[in-house]
Design a binder for this molecule. Structure first.
Ligand code: ADP
Length: 324
């Protein structure tokens, strides 16, 4: 093995050891707010609450059984949209649906029900991270269970974004050892990319996100130049107030509704080294990187899960699991 690979592996090992001695509690800020929604709430109202509070997901609580009932995310709203499109005669009922009906909606449109994985906040971060990657969830709720009463408490939710940020900020001595370029370690997706144009309808883009189980699609022009990225969360303002018809609007129109504090999109090149990717993650609010060439032509996508999978599992025997 070359010295550069050896150093890279040593860096990876350092990060893994760090994740094994830290817990999800360590990732949480000292003070934070948590909005938990009752499963009996109307879906329409839950959407308004997310928008008013400037959040994109929330844990659900089953108050009849005093139990955690899963996580509400933009995927659920996308499912409601799909349902409405498949059963347009049901539009009046869509207004009456409660969060507890989300599972029935999934069944009706025949999408795979997401596992309601959760993790105890004092388990090692490595475990939280690997459970998240294995279940393909981008966020995982931290659920504490009282030993005596068995009662559950939702403590918080951690995301791939937060974990990667935590790694980038706290393990610079290890990530700075990762000097291989993303091309050399084949990190990211470069073939069969899902893309869209500014003039495509939001509905078409949503369909491709559902089919591919991805949460972002680069927006390109006719010369394959990257203009923007359409994200699953961009759907939320589009359907505000139950305006499901708005989805016929174009990607360009939807992107113009982004909040003012939208952090923008991040790019990288195939010759960028992993240590510099970590530097970007440390300094910015990165949710994925679009891989481009010198002229902004689209080359690929580097998602947070691509990076985390590499960091956790590269070179670990028996720990490889194929992408679906
Ligand atoms: P995201 O949440 O950013 O969509 P995921 O973690 O779901 O990313 O990505 C899952 C896999 O799909 C990753 O290997 C990623 O590189 C790939 N991927 C993400 N977006 C696209 C896209 N638009 N086209 C093709 N593959 C993609």
């Amino acid at each position: 093995m070359s010295p550069i690979d050896e150093e890279q592996l040593q860096g990876l090992q350092g990060v893994r050891d760090f994740l094994r001695i830290r817990t999800s509690y360590d990732v949480l800020p000292l003070s934070f707010r948590l909005i938990v929604l009752d499963n009996d709430l109307l879906i329409r109202k839950s959407l308004n609450i997310l928008i008013q509070n400037n959040i994109v997901s929330a844990p659900l609580w089953d108050s009849h059984n005093g139990r955690f009932a899963g996580l509400l995310t933009s995927t659920d709203f996308i499912n409601v949209i799909q349902y409405y499109n498949q059963f347009p005669e049901q539009i009046d009922n869509v207004e009456k649906f409660r969060l507890s009906s989300l599972r029935d909606i999934e069944k009706a449109i025949n999408v795979q029900t997401l596992e309601t994985v959760s993790v105890h906040p004092s388990r090692p971060l490595y475990e939280a991270c690997s459970r998240m990657l294995r279940s393909r969830a981008r966020r995982i709720p931290l659920v504490d269970v009282d030993d005596e009463t068995g009662r559950e408490t939702v403590v918080s939710v951690i995301t791939q974004y937060r974990i990667l940020k935590f790694i980038a900020v706290n393990t610079e001595q290890h990530t700075s050892m990762m000097k291989r370029t993303i091309r050399e370690i084949n990190l990211g997706t470069y073939t069969d990319l899902a893309t869209c144009k500014m003039t495509d309808s939001v509905l078409d883009v949503i369909n491709s996100m559902v089919v591919r189980n991805i949460s972002a699609v680069p927006v390109i022009d006719k010369n394959n130049v990257v203009l923007n990225v359409f994200e699953a969360v961009d759907v939320i303002p589009c359907i505000k107030g139950g305006a499901y018809e708005e989805l016929k609007s174009t990607v360009g129109e939807a992107l113009s509704q982004r909040p003012e504090d939208f952090p923008g999109i991040y790019t990288c090149q195939e010759d960028d080294r992993l240590d510099s990717i970590f530097q970007t993650v440390r300094q910015s609010r990165v949710h994925r990187l679009v891989v481009i060439d010198d002229n902004w032509h689209l080359k690929g996508i580097l998602s947070l899960s691509d990076i985390l999978k590499y960091v956790l599992f590269h070179g670990e025997e028996g720990d490889y699991f194929p992408q679906t």
